[in-house]
Unconditional design. Structure first.
Length: 78
């Protein structure tokens, strides 16, 4: 994490389950107009997607080319 954000283009090679979690997070956010969702730990996350910019997410089982995505955590769990 970089402060309260995760930038997919800055990540090292991730495990396949991490890639799957990120894709689930993107899917959850796409169902809401404000592009936010809550994690299983109760944190609110805003998903910023730049369709015009492409990045590669490297996982141990392959490389996924996708739009540039940033996950911004809005609050801390108390």
């Amino acid at each position: 994490m970089d402060g309260n954000e995760i930038h997919l283009e800055h990540l090292p090679v991730v495990e396949p389950y991490v890639r799957k979690m990120f894709l689930q997070w993107i899917g959850k956010s796409m169902m809401r107009k404000d592009r936010t969702f809550q994690t299983e730990h109760g944190r609110t996350v805003s998903v910023l997607i730049k369709e015009e910019e492409k990045v590669q997410l490297h996982a141990k089982d392959g490389v996924l080319s996708m739009p540039k995505v940033t996950f911004r955590f809005k609050d801390e769990v108390t």
